[in-house]
Design a protein around this ligand. Structure first.
Ligand code: ZN
Length: 392
């Protein structure tokens, strides 16, 4: 059985401003019109009565003096109807306070509005005379192995391209597990512990944090300049950090593909309320960003390759002995010691061993773990260490 997987990419473009503005205006007018068709029952519930004839009338009205391709109007009406329907759902559950508004200048470009040939996207702006061409071959990170292009979203300065691919899910031969921290990721891949250094990424965040602190001082005297600089630096930081994560997750996805391995990741929902959510300091925030970004990137890259991803509740994953299930307590530094069997192990390694066992359904008493613990004793150049090196 095949599954459809989706990947989205941002490409910088010089968007036709007049189209973006006209589409924005059309959506606003459509919203006013559609909202006029919302009625309220005696119990205060909202309903939308927008019939085909209403739609046709609105379409004709918006098409007057519209010089761009007609399909933009259909797309504007569709997106407004979707917006209003979503709002009604919230409203009827008592969760919507104000009426919906159009605030973002984004244009949804459905597949009737563009063609794709030899790596080049040709987007119709005005029928048969004006096009926006985007050469996707210029962007090395965009995969070539897609089956079709879903939809496009044009915003000021960028185009979001959604690629689709039919994938045959592969049955994994093994499961890799990952523990993401502030300055490193510890992984168990093919029975070996691998550490990926995130210090470079951490450095990027720190550099920009310092810049932001300086700008904050400026904001008293020159608030506008400060705001502009703040946005600029935040964007740069995000881009550099994302670039780093993209390279790393691409590398790991390739490695897992070679090992025919699925991935077991920590379900962050389970720890959100406790540590991640309430924390305000920078390091906690960065750890959270690392984990979220790493997971979402790795997940879609693996799915693109037909490999599965599992999320496991990480509760006590670094405090449970992977050998005897006993309680582990802090020993020294990053080391943990089992109170029952005296096993001493790095806490990140404890975490990935447990995640791997819990996620793949192997019990701590099974014979899988000793095999893992004894497999390979070499330390290769690539920074791969066998578990043995972590066992004291
Ligand atoms: Zn133990």
């Amino acid at each position: 059985m095949k599954e459809e997987v989706i990947k989205s990419y941002k490409v910088p473009v010089e968007a036709p401003r007049d189209l973006v503005e006209a589409y924005f205006e059309a959506k606003r007018r459509a919203l006013r019109e559609v909202l006029d068709h919302v009625t309220y029952s005696q119990t205060g519930k909202a309903h939308l009565r927008f019939k085909a004839v209403d739609r046709r009338r609105l379409r004709n009205k918006l098409l007057k003096d519209w010089r761009y391709s007609k399909h933009y109007i259909d797309s504007a009406i569709n997106s407004v109807i979707g917006l209003v329907k979503g709002w009604i759902k919230l409203f009827n559950r008592g969760k919507a306070r104000t009426e919906p508004r159009i605030t973002r200048r984004t244009v949804y470009i459905k597949n009737t509005l563009f063609s794709y040939r030899d790596g080049v996207l040709k987007i119709s702006v005005e029928p048969n005379r004006r096009y926006l061409e985007v050469d996707l071959r210029e962007y090395a990170w965009i995969p070539k192995d897609f089956d079709r292009i879903g939809g496009l979203i044009l915003a000021e300065g960028e185009l979001i391209v959604t690629l689709k691919r039919e994938v045959k899910p592969r049955r994994p031969r093994d499961w890799a597990s990952f523990d993401v921290n502030l300055t490193n990721i510890t992984a168990l891949i093919d029975g070996k512990v691998v550490r990926y250094n995130l210090k470079q990424l951490y450095h990027v965040h720190r550099v920009y944090e310092n810049k932001r602190r300086k700008i904050q001082k400026l904001s008293k005297h020159k608030p506008k300049t400060a705001k502009r600089l703040m946005e600029k630096y935040s964007r740069r930081e995000r881009n550099r950090a994302k670039d780093f994560m993209h390279k790393l997750t691409t590398k790991i996805a390739r490695e897992l593909s070679r090992a025919k391995s699925g991935a077991i990741l920590e379900n962050l929902k389970n720890i959100k309320g406790k540590i991640l959510h309430r924390s305000k300091d920078l390091n906690r925030r960065l750890s959270k960003w690392n984990a979220r970004t790493f997971q979402s990137m790795l997940e879609y890259k693996l799915k693109w390759l037909g490999l599965p991803v599992k999320y496991v509740n990480p509760r006590n994953s670094s405090k449970t002995c992977p050998l005897c299930s006993g309680r582990m307590a802090t020993y020294e530094g990053r080391l943990m010691k089992c109170e029952k069997c005296n096993l001493i192990l790095d806490r990140d390694v404890v975490a990935i061993l447990n995640l791997q066992m819990w996620g793949s359904g192997v019990t701590p008493n099974g014979d899988e773990l000793p095999k893992v613990l004894s497999s390979g004793s070499d330390v290769s150049q690539s920074g791969r260490t066998s578990i043995k090196d972590y066992v004291r």
